[in-house]
Design a protein around this ligand. Structure first.
Ligand SMILES: [Mn+2]
Length: 310
């Protein structure tokens, strides 16, 4: 598949790279890393990375804004996005051909060419692997690309602690740090939190609720988020905070947004993306998400979660 993707890339003059909505460092890392590789390798081609910018990730890169016409005859590559619904910037369908590169379960096999590797820690790891594959055929990786791919790997592995981290992950990260970028600066940017968010984290640690079977939950209402002056997207960054609690098997954060309640599920072992799917969501076996539309529904989610943790 890597060979086919490389051949296809070579055939197109314009390549537009997308990623998922509500981006994380791996979304930016894989998208921006691939863009950097293609720009360095094919100076004659027009390469764009598009999507709605997430201000907290501006330190990774800024995105390109392009008119609809640019999509005419273009190749579109979508990184780190399991299903079409989650693709940021719906204009991806205006292109000539779509390639999906992703590491989530392939539940929605969209696109003309698909490369899905659920054993990869991150989509950024796949992009680095793609570069290794194409190196002999002229693919180049520059410092900026390496910084972005490293950030994506670090982000999706929780700094190399999640079980998705493999020997390959460490090997690739080890190669990436040979490039010239400041890891210290990157880590500072990735993990710094505003003081109000640190305080919200304090609230979470004080107030998470134990259920049965090693399940815990956290409910963050609009009122509470207002009190801490925290946006739902900022509260989402704190989801992993319960991972260190002794005896916890899986947990759920309910985060109220304007018109829905975001359900963020995490697990130390029991597979929880099935629970997410029951509420029209999805994701990885140990990290998934969904949406519900009333606080009454939280009990259903908690019950499903307790069921898989039995
Ligand atoms: Mn990812």
């Amino acid at each position: 598949m890597k060979e086919k993707i490389l051949e296809t890339i070579e055939q197109y003059e314009t390549i537009i790279i997308h990623r998922h909505v509500r981006p994380d460092p791996d979304a930016y890392g894989s998208q921006g890393g691939l863009a950097a590789i293609l720009q360095a390798s094919y100076p004659g081609k027009k390469i764009y990375a598009v999507g709605l910018e997430e201000p907290t990730l501006n330190y990774l890169r800024r995105l390109d804004s392009i008119p609809d016409e640019t999509y005419r005859g273009a190749l579109v590559i979508i990184c780190d996005t399991a299903n079409e619904e989650r693709i940021c910037d719906k204009r991806y369908s205006l292109g000539d051909k779509v390639i999906k590169i992703d590491h989530h379960p392939n539940e929605d096999p969209y696109g003309d060419l698909l490369w899905v590797d659920t054993n990869a820690s991150s989509c950024s790891e796949m992009i680095y692997e793609f570069y290794l594959f194409g190196r002999e055929n002229g693919l180049k990786l520059n410092d900026e690309g390496a910084r972005l791919l490293f950030a994506g790997i670090v982000g999706d592995t929780g700094r190399f602690i999640y079980p998705s981290t493999t020997e390959k992950t460490f090997a690739y990260a080890g190669e990436l740090i040979h490039y010239n970028f400041s890891r210290t600066e990157l880590f500072d940017k990735m993990y710094e939190l505003e003081p109000n968010i640190v305080k919200l984290n304090g609230y979470i640690l004080q107030n998470f609720e134990w259920q049965s079977n090693g399940v815990a939950c956290v409910k963050l209402t609009k009122e509470l988020l207002n009190e801490y002056k925290a946006k739902p997207s900022e509260a989402s960054l704190l989801v992993s905070t319960l991972g260190d609690v002794k005896g916890i098997k899986a947990w759920v954060f309910f985060i109220e947004e304007a018109d829905q309640i975001r359900v963020r599920l995490r697990s130390k072992g029991p597979v929880i993306n099935g629970v997410a799917r029951k509420f029209n969501g999805g994701g990885h076996p140990l990290a998934a998400g969904a949406s519900i539309y009333s606080w009454d529904q939280t009990a259903e989610v908690i019950n499903e979660l307790m069921e898989v943790c039995k």
